[in-house]
Design a protein around this ligand. Structure first.
Ligand code: PMT
Length: 225
């Protein structure tokens, strides 16, 4: 890229899954590989931004020019995001954060009980995007993702509105070549004025470039509330 549309911006990206411990050998997680978030972080740096990547546990090499902070659980991701929020001018939440964690984490391996059901009680994790909405600087541009399997348009609009986002990126994760664990993605961008822009199926790095160009364009016209 010859042009640096994100020069002067400090971009905070979250990527990958979170892990919620059950006991020393087991945890709850999801299928995120971090590819989409890492592509956003790399491309934001190429576009001239200073970039901090808060990464869940994924098997990926470090990225040129990008400060990476590893976290494991949603609670750790929450703390890392909150401590970097004051310096950030753009926040992009591509991580697949677990909504629930086991209510109690056992410090010993849980043992099998013959013929008995094991009940795992789950407690809700903090909603990081909602907390960002309450604490961000007015000029900070906040982007959320939605990974949906049904009624994608309905849930995308609901998340955009409820989480007070400047942009929502929807991926229908049942669509071939889109969502978790793929090298490509196909996303739709939802804007607060109700408009929707569909991007073509493309490698995640190209999708990241188009999302970041849309952010740069929108941020110029952002009305500070
Ligand atoms: O990592 P890959 O394998 O490349 O896959 C990419 C991806 C499918 C994970 C990515 O494109 C994506 O959609 N990420 C968001 C997945 C997700 O958790 O969506 P959600 O609809 O459950 O959450 C909505 C938004 O709220 C997300 O921005 C999420 O980061 C955020 N969230 C969710 C729960 C929570 N407790 N706190 C949050 O901030």
């Amino acid at each position: 890229l010859t042009d640096k549309p994100l020069l002067g911006e400090h971009v905070l990206v979250t990527a990958g899954p979170t892990r919620e411990r059950i006991d020393p050998v087991r945890y709850l997680t999801n299928d995120s590989t971090g590819t989409m978030g890492y592509a956003l972080a790399q491309m934001a740096w190429r576009m001239g931004a200073q970039v901090t990547l808060i990464s869940g546990p994924v098997d990926k090499p470090p990225l040129m020019g990008v400060e990476r902070i590893f976290v494991t659980s949603a609670a750790e991701m929450y703390n890392a995001v909150m401590s970097h929020l004051p310096m950030s001018t753009i926040v992009i939440k591509a991580a697949a954060v677990a909504d629930y964690r086991p209510e109690f984490e056992s410090d010993k391996k849980l043992k099998k009980q013959d013929d008995a059901l094991l009940h795992l009680t789950l407690a809700q994790n903090p909603d990081i995007l909602k907390a960002i909405k309450e604490r961000r600087n007015a000029a900070c541009f906040v982007v959320g993702f939605a990974a949906e399997t049904h009624n994608p348009d309905y849930y995308a609009r609901k998340k955009l509105e409820e989480k007070g986002l400047d942009l929502l990126v929807l991926n229908d994760v049942l669509e071939p070549g889109a969502g978790f664990g793929t090298t490509t993605n196909r996303v739709s961008l939802y804007y607060p004025d109700g408009s929707v822009q569909q991007l073509p199926l493309a490698p995640k790095l190209d999708v990241a470039r188009d999302i970041l160009l849309a952010i740069a364009e929108q941020k110029k016209g952002k009305v500070i509330r």
